[in-house]
Structures are given as C-alpha cells and as structure tokens.
Design a protein around this ligand. Structure first.
Ligand code: G6P
Length: 367
C-alpha cells in the first residue's frame, strides 16, 4: 500500500490529524443529509424488541464498546453485556436468546474477536460488526456490517479508527433509541446535531497541541501515571492509559474516579501524575471532588476538560487543557483526541518507536 506520511513525522501523527476527516466521512455514511436521520442497513433482527445487546472486542476497540454501553443503556435503554473477546469466547455466558451481538474491530481479523463472533453465531445470535476493514473475515461472517470510514490505519496504536468506531456506536445508539421509542424527534435531532458539529470541533483540538506537549513533559518524567474519568469518559481514561503504555512504555492505570478512594488513592504522591478526563456536564462536580481528594494527598493534577470547565479546573490543576465545548453526548470523542495526543507527545519525548512499538502487532491473528 502506497500510504505516505504526508510530511508528518509518524503515521500516528498523520492519523491523529485525520480525526476530523474520518469522523465526517463516517457520519456521511450513516446520516442521510436530507432527513438528518441515521440510516442503517437491513438488520438481522427487530431493534424495537431485542431484549439485550452483547458487545465484544479487543484493545482500543473494547473501550469503544464500553463507551457504546454507556450510550446504549442510557439513551436507548438497551441492557448491555460487554466483555473482552478473549474472555467471552471461553466463558460460555448464559446470553439471552434474541440478543444482538455487536463486535468492534479495526482489522476484522483479530483472532479472539473472530472466535467470539463464531461463538455468538453458534448460539444463534444475530451479529452486527463495526469494522474498518470491510473485506475482512469478520465482514464475511457477520450478519450486518457498519463500516468505520477511517481508511488504512498504519500506526500500530489505533487513533482515527477508534474515533470512527465511537462515531458509529453513537449513530447506532440513536437508531436503536428511535426504534425502541426512548427518544422523541426533538431529542434525536439534538443528538444528530451534536454529531454533525464534531468534525469542526475535532479540528480545533489541534490548536491545543502545544499545551498538551507541556503536559507531556510532566508525564514523560513519571514511572507511573493514574488516569481518572467517570461515566462515558471513564473508557476514554482507559484508552488514554492504554495508548500511553503502548507507545511510551510508561506504566499507566485507569480508574473510575469515584472508585479511586477504594485503592489507588494510596499510590498518590508527587511522582504519580494524575491525568483526568473531566468535561463539563452531569458528573463534573462529582469528578471535581474526586480530584480535590487526590490533590489534598499531594497529587499532581493534569486535566482535560472543556471551555466550560476550565475555570474551575485551573484553580486546582497544575495544567488544564480546555478542549472545545461540545454536547455532553459526544464529549468522549473530543476527549479521546486529547489523551491520544498526550500519549503521542510523551512517546516523542521518550524517543520510542512510535509507529512500531516493541512487542505489539497491528493485527493479532493468533490467539
Ligand atoms: C492490537 C492493536 C490494538 C488494537 C487491537 C484490536 O492489539 O495493537 O491497537 O486495538 O489489536 O485490533 P482490532 O483490529 O480488532 O481493532
């Protein structure tokens, strides 16, 4: 494949800069511009009556699934079971007949996810796959495919494919919510508008890159980093921690901010920086008080918030990044771009092989 770096230092940097484009292309695929409605292909089941959903994936794609669970349960009122594919495939869980199986994979070839697909089909569930590689083995074996229109992703660490996965899960949530009658036309239009606003807002994130680089200078000095978030940005904290581990080789752990007091709070001191994803919205005050607890114990706070939360954060955090303010529904997508840039900038400072980190493979086709 003749995919170049277009003047960027790494494929990862180029692919980070493709977030706005890829989100826009994926929305074009899923939303009819005339009616502003999410349009799905023919479904193997009736979305109005499915009793549950089961989501499975590996790596970053699993975190996209976790955000999907928050959305599908809260907005579409669809109960969701979710597990990493390497566990689901051997767990033999008592899944509810008629549940919709949902897989997420960039490559469509990951061995564990493929095995989970076959296990779900084997017990008779319809399987919907969210795939970037639309001519992959998973594409062939799924009942229906929703494409992430991210183009080829070369860097081993996933970036643009992940936000495209989130974009598809957001659209799927709207469609399922409409089918189940849990949103009215006005709410549906509000959510679609929030999505259509994203490409422009995502572009604005890059005007914060120099500030994120300053944050990376703190992170690059650390041996351990604690990521915190709550609600739909908790999985974003997990994605941020995974990305940091993968490409900078710094140990990072993500925790639900409210759970910190039950363990990781004992780790907090000046040497363990805390990276928080804390957009304005329903859980802002709760998360802020968790961060205040961390600060009171000597923690160094590095915060990703938005323009509406920045004033409150800068009073307690050592560094605050005010990402563009978006509708609360789509904050995980904007926050993701911030934490991915932080991992990239940290890896640059560490001098690691950003696009080909040691021991990792782009597509893991063995168990
Ligand atoms: C590998 C990659 C990860 C990726 C995971 C799942 O471990 O290093 O970046 O998230 O596989 O890959 P998939 O192609 O199924 O999304």
């Amino acid at each position: 494949g003749a995919v170049g770096k277009d003047g960027y230092r790494h494929y990862m940097e180029k692919e980070l800069h493709e977030h706005p484009l890829v989100i826009g292309q994926t929305l074009q695929r899923m939303i009819d511009p005339a009616t502003r409605k999410v349009v799905l292909p023919d479904m193997p089941c009736d979305l109005a009556t499915i009793p549950r959903g089961v989501i499975t994936a590996c790596g970053s794609a699993y975190f996209a699934g976790m955000v999907g669970r928050y959305w599908l349960e809260e907005i579409a009122r669809l109960p969701i079971d979710i597990d990493v594919a390497s566990e689901l495939r051997y767990r033999n869980p008592p899944l509810t007949p008629g549940s919709l199986g949902m897989l997420i994979s960039q490559s469509g070839e990951t061995a564990d996810t493929l095995a989970a697909l076959r296990a779900l089909k084997g017990i008779g569930l319809p399987v919907l796959s969210v795939l970037n590689a639309e001519h992959s083995t998973m594409a062939r074996e799924s009942d229906v495919v929703l494409g992430t229109v991210a183009g080829p992703e070369i860097s081993v660490a996933s970036t643009k494919a992940f936000t495209a996965q989130l974009t598809v899960m957001a659209c799927l949530t709207i469609a399922i919510a409409r089918a189940r009658g849990t949103i009215d036309a006005a709410r549906e239009d509000e959510l679609v508008t929030a999505l259509l606003d994203l490409p422009g807002r995502a572009e604005e994130v890059f005007s914060r890159q120099a500030d994120i680089r300053k944050m990376a200078e703190v992170v690059a000095e650390a041996r351990d980093v604690l990521y915190l978030g709550r609600g739909s940005v908790y999985p974003v904290a997990m994605e941020g921690a995974l990305k940091l581990k993968e490409i900078s080789y710094i140990h990072a752990e993500a925790y639900a901010a409210g759970e910190m007091k039950h363990g990781p709070i004992s780790l907090i001191d000046r040497t363990v920086p805390i990276v928080a994803t804390i957009p304005s919205g329903a859980l802002f005050e709760k998360t802020l008080s968790n961060l205040q607890e961390a600060k009171a114990r000597g923690g160094r706070l590095l915060a990703f918030t938005d323009e509406a939360g920045a004033g409150r954060l800068s009073a307690i955090a050592e560094q605050t990044i005010a990402l563009p303010k978006v509708h609360p529904f789509v904050t995980p997508i904007i926050q993701t771009i911030g934490v991915q840039i932080l991992a990239y900038e940290t890896a640059l400072l560490k001098g690691t092989d950003v696009d080909q980190p040691r021991n990792l493979a782009k597509s893991v086709t063995v168990e």
